[in-house]
Design a protein around this ligand. Structure first.
Ligand code: FES
Length: 175
């Protein structure tokens, strides 16, 4: 019998989380590092993963959910196809990272932690990504954009749109 893709996804998530949990002792103080590892491997914290972590730490699932929702570093829904991460570490914050974040929110029409309706973009704030000399910094699909300005946001979106059209063969070849 063929499994549905969501069942397969859940199975993969369970296996990934099981591997991650092998690196931790079942201590409550490991909850945040475990959730960070899950997010880094899966891209977000799925509900089944929360239950799995809760059972590993022998704490109520509600407690894991509470921590995952309390910290805005954790994403509870899958990221978009082009995840946008705005650095708000100290150097980027000082150089106007918040203004850049506001511009992304305005341009994408979503808030932090959100995903656009077409699931193309998601938006998150992140802590220092290690390129402070380039502050303020934004990552789009792990590509680093340094010395960002609000007007550069539109340029990045335009570039992604053009690349998408080129890949789909809708680039409008003019003779
Ligand atoms: S604070 Fe943004 S890269 Fe370091």
């Amino acid at each position: 019998m063929r499994q549905s893709s969501s069942t397969t996804d859940e199975k993969e998530i369970r296996e990934t989380v099981a591997i991650i949990l092998q690196n931790f002792s079942p201590l409550k103080e490991n909850l945040i590092p475990i959730l960070q590892s899950v997010q880094s491997a899966v891209g977000y914290i799925p509900q089944p993963a929360m239950k799995q972590v809760a059972s590993f730490l022998a704490v109520p699932a509600g407690e894991v959910f509470g921590v995952a929702t309390f910290y805005n570093q954790f994403r509870l829904i899958p990221p978009g196809k082009h995840p946008v991460k705005v650095c708000l570490g100290t150097a980027c914050h000082v150089k106007g990272g918040n203004i850049i974040l506001e511009e992304w929110k305005r341009r994408l029409g979503i808030d932090e932690g959100g995903v656009t309706q077409d699931r193309e973009f998601s938006l998150d704030r992140v802590a220092c990504v290690g390129c402070c000399a380039l502050a303020p910094v934004v990552l789009v699909e792990e590509e680093v954009f340094g010395t960002m300005s609000p007007s550069a946001v539109e340029g990045i979106l335009l570039r992604i749109r053009i690349e998408k059209e080129r890949r789909s063969g809708c680039g409008g070849n003019e003779e």
